[in-house]
Design a protein around this ligand. Structure first.
Ligand code: MG
Length: 321
């Protein structure tokens, strides 16, 4: 009878200790359905992707990058972009940007009903060649053409600057390179610029240098976002360094979608749950239902046939029904 009165253990939560000098509010930009899934080898059914997006909405995400209008032969995982858009009912108050690689992709995205887009450029010649079969400036010109066309249609555009912290072929990347790309994208009309540590080699002190160079080159601090990968376990310390530098938007992927933990080239995105834990601990109200998010990532990992990579998901999964 006594056990009737024994309270169940409380679900673990971060202890909250706000820190002086950090931005007043921050935003989480969820990239799981696009950046996450595009790196996953198992092809996921459109219905499962739709359920993922809906579960992310219910967990409280207010920005969800939905898909990419790249040619299907480039990224077979996202070949269902039109079908996903047609099946998905946008939720009031939630933004659903989609990635487009060129003007043809922009036309597809607009026909599918996209209200907001994203483009990608490179900080290095090696990545521009490998990913775009182009030079840095050729890829930038291509992206600028897309930005200008989208802005002429009134669409907000986010610009991703890849390899902003290091490059697998070239090694170190001078902060002036991503800064130059960010400035060009800002001048073209991008409303948001995400500096990407595409391979996860960035370090905490470097974050201030890269952000500082971007601001010095003409991108407003308010427009900057940071996109970290947890390859070397540095993603959260880099987020904290970004907060200290005044950045207010951070990209993350539910459950750390986007990197196979068994692959040599594992370059998983920062997990949204891990980011939420850090931010809530600093006193930010993220608006995210952590239990619902953990349940979503656990379910999604099952769809992919493996365990979630997020430390917070692993720690909480047993408490979440
Ligand atoms: Mg990524």
């Amino acid at each position: 009878m006594d056990d009737v009165d024994t309270p169940a253990p409380a679900a673990p939560r971060p202890s909250v200790h706000p820190r002086q000098g950090l931005p007043e509010a921050v935003r989480i930009y969820e990239v799981g359905p696009r950046d996450g899934l595009q790196a996953e080898k198992v092809i996921i059914d459109t219905a499962v992707k739709l359920e993922l997006v809906q579960r992310l909405e219910r967990a409280g995400m207010t920005t969800i990058e939905l898909t990419s209008f790249v040619p299907p032969r480039w990224v077979p995982q996202l070949a269902d972009a039109e079908n996903l858009m047609a099946a998905h009912a946008p939720r009031e108050g939630v933004r659903y940007p989609v990635l487009v690689p060129n003007l043809k992709g922009l036309a597809r995205a607009k026909a599918a009903g996209a209200r907001e887009i994203a483009v990608v450029v490179s900080s290095t010649e090696a990545f521009a060649k490998a990913n775009f079969a182009n030079t840095i400036d050729g890829a930038l010109d291509n992206a600028v053409a897309v930005v200008e066309a989208a802005r002429a249609d009134g669409l907000p555009v986010r610009g991703y600057v890849s390899m902003a912290f290091g490059d697998p072929w070239e090694g170190a990347v001078a902060p002036e390179m991503p800064a130059r790309m960010a400035a060009a994208l800002s001048a073209a009309g991008c409303t948001s610029i995400s500096l990407g540590d595409t391979i996860g080699v960035g370090t905490a002190g470097q974050v201030a240098d890269v952000v500082g160079a971007a601001v010095a080159a003409g991108t407003s601090l308010e427009a900057l976002a940071l996109h970290f990968h947890d390859t070397y376990g540095q993603a959260l310390s880099n987020v904290l360094a970004g907060l200290e530098a005044g950045v207010t938007e951070f990209d993350a992927s539910a459950g750390g979608l986007g990197g196979c933990p068994y692959a040599r080239s594992a370059t998983g995105n920062l997990a949204t749950e891990d980011l939420v834990w850090l931010l809530e601990g600093l006193g930010y109200d993220t608006g995210i239902d952590l239990d619902a998010l953990v349940a979503t990532s656990t379910w999604m990992a099952g769809q992919l046939g493996r365990a979630p990579v997020s430390r917070v998901v692993r720690a909480l999964a047993q408490d979440v029904r």
